[in-house]
Design a binder for this molecule. Structure first.
Ligand SMILES: Nc1ncnc2c1ncn2[C@@H]1O[C@H](COP(=O)(O)OP(=O)(O)O)[C@@H](O)[C@H]1O
Length: 560
């Protein structure tokens, strides 16, 4: 027993000299400085990996998953998603980036880079003997002030096509789409303006109503906005029409087949007539469904479920086009675009449940057939049909479009912009430094570090532009001191320039979220002073759990 106790990772010997086991065997505990150092180190590594891919001239990463599939991208969110990290602090940072992506859909790289820098600079203060609580307080105050400054320097933007285009095209920064940027930005803005609605008197863009469908083609320039829905499906029966104008569409969440019962059933038949009667009856039911759909005026049927061969035959005979097994999300988009009500009981379908479209047509796109539901006067759901030479290009174009769509959505939520290219960060850093002077002693040091961390963003942009970062930051600071708040780094021109003239803007919402998320992540990691990791479960333990945890369980806390 004594030997066993010594193998336990955590033993405490109270005054009686009897060791008490607190943690399970195999657990590891790291405390204080070591815990913090290990966490900060891990976060820094993640931030360093992402840093080189910041901005439109950042580098791409090649990511290879366990199955050997390759992704090449410079998109922060995707890099993080594909990386399989082990360290809990690194995981935490990735969670924050994911939250940023979910919340505003952009600024993922920036948030991780900023959080990493806040931790790196925070560590310097800790090493000078400043308590983490003070660093945390300093960061919090600086961040609150930075958010105020952000509001002050933001510029309102009109939600017109022209204005939206300026900001949206900036978000299409991936190298793959660089050449086609204006072309794609136009599609994104038109899609957004088509799908936007008014909620509580304010514009609201729900990106669920913009479908992205991908199909291999010759060039990205074949990408198009379809004012309606494109389904990656074929018309179900060769005898059906492939083109219907003035379509009246029945959208079903019901099968056009006789559903098999879930339990096994047995039917005893004694003569061939009985089999025939049975099948006839099935056909009769299906025919009555089709007849009813035809009687309410449907000439197109689109269902989430299946369509039996017999039903296909009846539909074809009536000249009705039909598509089956359409995804639930597409069914919803179709209903919204065509103004249809989703029919769950065919017998009860009414003419007013049908949707309308000027044209429903099966067309060949590349090598495959797709069904286009289009020519709708004012569809409230649309499709961007993405084309490109390879799957990798298609994926990267889709990611860029998603970023740009999110930027459009952010602008509808809060129609304000701030200058990009690091101009925003330099200006905020400048004002935070002024503010820091008013803070007490050591908190002031933390707030100053916060300003330094912000300047890390233009520093990286300068590097990617081939500029000397030290000179660039000095020059930017000088010009901002002179009141040029929109001066930043022109990464394409490789010089310092006015971002307003170049039209490099970011949504205020993204930048505010970057500050909030990065500081939150940094604080969360700085607060940890103890890491307690459970040992890997032993083989027998795993087995025991699988077998319904039979038998006596080992006590986790033992007193010897
Ligand atoms: N043409 C440009 N010139 C300078 N900076 C740019 C330009 N376009 C975008 N940026 C800057 O690049 C940064 C965004 O880079 P990106 O790689 O998209 O990262 P994130 O994932 O954080 O959005 C922003 O700071 C933005 O202002």
């Amino acid at each position: 027993m004594h030997n066993f106790c010594q193998t336990m990772s955590q033993t405490q010997a109270p005054r009686t000299g009897v060791p008490i086991m607190i943690l399970k065997e195999g657990s590891q505990r790291t405390t204080g400085v070591d815990a913090r150092r290990s966490n900060i180190q891990a976060a820094k590594v993640i931030a360093e990996i992402l840093a080189t891919s910041l901005g439109p001239r950042g580098m791409d990463k090649m990511l290879i998953d366990a199955f050997g599939d390759v992704t090449i991208t410079g998109d922060g969110a995707t890099i993080l998603k594909e990386m399989e990290v082990q360290h809990p602090a690194a995981k935490l940072l990735i969670e924050v980036a994911k939250a940023q992506d979910a919340e505003v859909g952009d600024g993922t790289t920036t948030v991780v880079v900023l959080a990493g820098k806040l931790l790196e600079l925070g560590e310097e203060l800790l090493e000078e003997g400043i308590h983490p609580t003070i660093v945390i307080d300093g960061y919090k105050k600086a961040a609150d002030y930075a958010l105020k400054v952000a509001e002050e320097i933001a510029k309102p933007v009109e939600l017109t096509k022209e204005q939206l285009l300026k900001v949206v095209s900036n978000a299409l920064s991936s190298k793959v789409v660089a050449e086609t940027r204006d072309y794609l930005a136009n599609i994104v803005v038109e899609a957004a303006l088509q799908a936007v609605e008014t909620r509580d008197g304010k514009p609201y863009l729900d990106l669920d109503w913009i479908k992205i469908e991908k199909k291999k083609g010759k060039s990205i320039y074949e990408t198009q906005l379809v004012r309606g829905i494109v389904l990656d499906k074929e018309v179900v029966h060769p005898g059906m029409p492939k083109r219907i104008t003035n379509a009246k569409i029945a959208i079903l969440d019901a099968p056009l087949e006789i559903e098999k019962p879930e339990w096994t059933t047995k039917i005893s038949v004694t003569s061939p007539d009985q089999i025939k009667a049975f099948l006839d009856q099935e056909a009769e039911i299906l025919k009555s469904y089709v007849d009813h759909l035809a009687s309410i005026g449907a000439n197109v049927v689109i269902t989430q479920k299946g369509i039996d061969e017999v039903a296909q035959h009846f539909l074809a005979k009536k000249g009705i086009m039909a598509v089956r097994r359409v995804k639930r999300s597409d069914i919803e988009k179709l209903a919204r675009a065509t103004g249809a009500k989703i029919i769950t009981s065919i017998k009860d379908a009414r003419p007013e449940d049908l949707g309308t479209a000027g044209l429903v047509e099966e067309r060949k796109v590349g090598e495959e057939k797709m069904v286009f539901v289009e020519d709708i006067p004012n569809p409230r759901a649309v499709t961007i049909l993405v084309r490109g030479g390879s799957d990798r290009i298609l994926d990267e174009v889709e990611r860029s479009l998603q970023d740009a769509l999110h930027v459009a959505r952010d602008l509808f939520r809060e129609p304000k912009i701030v200058p990009g290219g690091g101009a925003f960060e330099i200006e905020v850093a400048r004002r935070v430094r002024e503010f820091a002077r008013k803070l007490p002693g050591k908190e002031q040091l933390a707030a100053l570090k916060f300003a330094d961390a912000l300047e890390h963003i233009p520093t990286i942009l300068a590097l990617t532009a081939g500029l000397d970062p030290v000179d660039a930051i000095a020059e930017l600071r000088r010009r901002h001191d002179n009141g040029e708040i929109t001066t930043g780094i022109d990464v394409y021109g490789g010089k310092i320039a006015d971002m307003a003239a170049l039209n490099v803007w970011d949504p205020l919402l993204v930048k505010k979220q970057v500050i909030k998320s990065a500081v939150e992540a940094a604080i969360m990691i700085l607060r940890i002073d103890d890491i307690i990791a459970a040992g890997a479960p032993k083989k027998e333990e795993k087995k025991g759990k699988k077998e319904g945890e039979e038998g006596e369980e080992k006590s986790e806390t033992k007193f010897d």
